[in-house]
Design a protein around this ligand. Structure first.
Ligand code: PBG
Length: 367
């Protein structure tokens, strides 16, 4: 109902900060065609868009370097960093180049990195056993990076097995059913998490989407003297075609043309994300993640409203590569689109974002 007192009328809308006290303008006083104008000419939202300083002042969402976590790959047996063709600007690091890059990101003000270790191809097996070696590639890399950056950058470790299994699944496969065996896999994750924490990871990020993985990892960390190591749960992780370039980067091929639909979420589902998130928080997750990001802004907003813990979003490899490819063709302004996308992820409710753009965006935004 229009009250005549202010241009946007009643109905629970907040009183706009324009001239309500003087009512100098002609305003609609009764329901009728004039209401279609919704307050014009008194209301002129363009007033707040006139200058960069005005826009800066009233911006509802701010993307800063503090919001970024950089995913980094480190491969065993490399002499030099190896570029990932489907992810321009991303490389598989040696331990040495990883240390240099971690320090560079730290000096740019990026607060976190997440490591993915890649074994030599000949070290892959059915159970991903190379992942758990105390002197394995991820563990050596974690130790070297922590040694170099100390506490100045939050060092996270992805906790999964797909890089280390010869069949490319995120866990062990039950020979009888052909399915990934949930509970056997969770036992391995718990032991893996302990080796990662012992090597220096301050945050363990289980990405396998096995039921009960957070509780098992929390239990193992606590029992193993790592009660201060945090868990960032990939809580709502969807079976997504957007992981394609990552599998290039991580040299993961799922055997027999398989997929992860038996454990990762179905992208048709929205409410199911809240089931997953609630379970992970109850199991002891310190932070939860939605992945991928852009096609799941509704899920990010839902999760943000449902929990009090920090919510992360993973802007994944395919999201990165699409921007890079279109920009390389001159079809879009790459940095502009990257900033718009990452800001949208924050606007939807993410507290921080895992993104391959972290370094580039940090250079643009300044530390
Ligand atoms: C599993 C894992 C994947 C990603 C992060 N952790 C791949 C998968 O689930 O198939 C994908 C990240 C990306 O696409 O950027 N270890």
């Amino acid at each position: 109902m229009t009250t005549g007192l202010h241009p946007l009328g009643g109905g629970g809308l907040r009183r706009p900060a324009v001239g309500w006290y003087s009512v100098p303008h002609r305003v609609p006083t009764s329901a009728g065609p004039r209401e279609l104008g919704a307050g014009y000419p008194a209301a002129r939202p363009r007033r707040l868009r006139r200058t960069p300083a005005l826009r800066r002042l009233v911006a509802e969402t701010r993307l800063s370097v503090d919001d970024l976590v950089a995913p980094l790959f480190v491969a065993d047996g490399l002499d030099d960093p190896r570029p990932v063709p489907s992810m321009p600007g991303v490389v598989q690091h040696t331990v040495e180049s990883l240390v240099v890059e971690s320090k560079r990101l730290g000096s740019l003000g990026v607060p976190g990195i997440i490591l993915f270790g890649l074994p030599r191809p000949e070290d892959k097996d059915a159970t991903g056993s190379a992942a758990l070696r105390p002197d394995g590639i991820t563990q050596r890399a974690l130790a070297a990076v922590r040694d170099a950056v100390g506490d100045s950058v939050v060092v996270m470790a992805d906790c999964c097995l797909d890089e280390f299994t010869d069949h490319g699944h995120c866990g062990v496969v039950d020979q009888a059913t052909g399915e990934v065996d949930n509970d056997a896999t969770v036992d391995i994750y718990a032991r893996l998490a302990l080796t990662l924490a012992d090597a220096g990871a301050q945050v363990i990020a289980p990405s396998g989407m096995m039921d009960g993985q957070v509780a098992a990892i929390r239990g193992a960390l606590d029992a193993g003297g790592n009660g201060q190591t945090a868990i960032l749960a990939y809580a709502a992780k969807y079976a997504s075609a957007l992981y394609g370039p990552f599998r290039d980067a991580a040299e993961v091929t799922i055997a027999e043309g398989g997929d992860r639909k038996g454990y990762q979420q179905d992208f048709r589902n929205r409410r199911e994300a809240l089931v997953e998130v609630a379970l992970d928080v109850a199991e002891g997750a310190d932070m939860v993640m939605v992945k991928p990001a852009l096609a799941y802004l509704d899920v990010i907003a839902d999760v943000r409203a449902a929990v009090e813990v920090p919510v992360a979003a993973y802007h994944v490899s395919g999201e990165y590569s699409m921007v890079k490819a279109a920009a390389a063709n001159g079809w879009i302004d790459g940095p502009g689109v990257a900033l718009e996308q990452l800001t949208a992820v924050k606007r939807a409710g993410a507290d921080f974002i895992l993104t391959y753009f972290a370094g580039e965006v940090a250079e643009v935004l300044g530390g």
